[in-house]
Design a protein around this ligand. Structure first.
Ligand code: NJP
Length: 223
């Protein structure tokens, strides 16, 4: 029977590419983001193996509900990819905007915790897998970057979660890309990592036998 993956931030970029790659690899995919029209278009392209579940990841009840609906629709949840994330317009601390930090921390940190908390009861049943999008920015120092600091959190949390999940046979993986050519940036970045490259890394981590827990995949552009 096909396994099921719920993806947040599935309406564009890395999440949309992962939905397509995972479906190609035989997974059912549940697509979560706020843009209903984009989700429905991607789900329509994939077909019966996909459902669109509009969801704001900063609202705990919405991600909890999306997981329940996924389990009801496909018969269970084998993996969750907490990928939704955002940056800020105003870089640095001195010139930063605390309101922007608040929104970013909600999406990049708290919503990852909400997704993990809501996912564990489902993943425990399947000895499943939690994947989260970290960053090169979460393994390196960037002058005054609060975004980078949110991704440092993701890396620390992902490692700690992996240790908790290991107790019952679950696995957790951090995907750490450098610059990816997505709507995250205003200008196209054709020589940088392509969203499909990151999607391949997610599918690789999910495809490993139970004896191998891929804890992190670190991908850099090669230009
Ligand atoms: O960017 P983009 P990426 N509730 O803007 C969703 C990390 N990363 O694919 O709600 C639910 O195309 C948003 O959907 P919508 C980055 O930090 C990137 O590059 O419809 N969903 C969209 O689907 C992030 O964690 C680079 O607006 C929410 C998605 O998030 C991940 O990669 C490098 C939401 C953003 O897609 C995917 O970003 C790196 C909410 N409240 C890490 N807020 C890079 N691009 O260079 C946002 O190291 N979304």
């Amino acid at each position: 029977m096909a396994k099921t993956l719920l993806i947040t931030g599935a309406s564009s970029g890395i999440g949309a590419a992962t939905a397509r790659a995972a479906a190609e690899a035989g997974w059912n995919v549940a697509l979560c983001a706020r843009s209903t029209d984009k989700l429905e278009k991607i789900a329509g392209e994939i077909g019966d193996a996909a459902i669109a579940l509009p969801c704001d990841v900063t609202k705990r009840e919405e991600i909890t509900d999306a997981l329940e609906k996924t389990a009801a629709h496909f018969g269970g949840v084998d993996a969750v990819y907490a990928n939704a994330g955002m940056g800020v317009e105003n870089a640095g601390i001195e010139n930063g905007d605390p309101d922007e930090w608040h929104d970013m921390i909600h999406v990049n940190i708290l919503a990852v915790l909400y997704a993990a908390h809501a996912a564990i009861p489902h993943l425990k049943k399947t000895k499943g897998h939690f994947v989260v999008t970290g960053s090169k920015a979460g393994r390196d120092t960037f002058k005054g970057s609060v975004y980078s600091a949110t991704k440092w959190f993701v890396h620390g949390f992902g490692e700690n979660l992996a240790e908790e999940m290991r107790e019952w046979g679950g696995r957790a993986t951090i995907i750490a890309p450098g610059m990816v050519d997505t709507a995250f940036f205003d200008e196209p970045k054709p020589t940088k990592i392509q969203p499909e490259d990151v999607a391949n890394a997610v599918v690789y981590a999910l495809a490993q036998p139970k004896t191998a827990a891929v804890r992190e995949v670190y991908i850099m552009p090669n230009d």
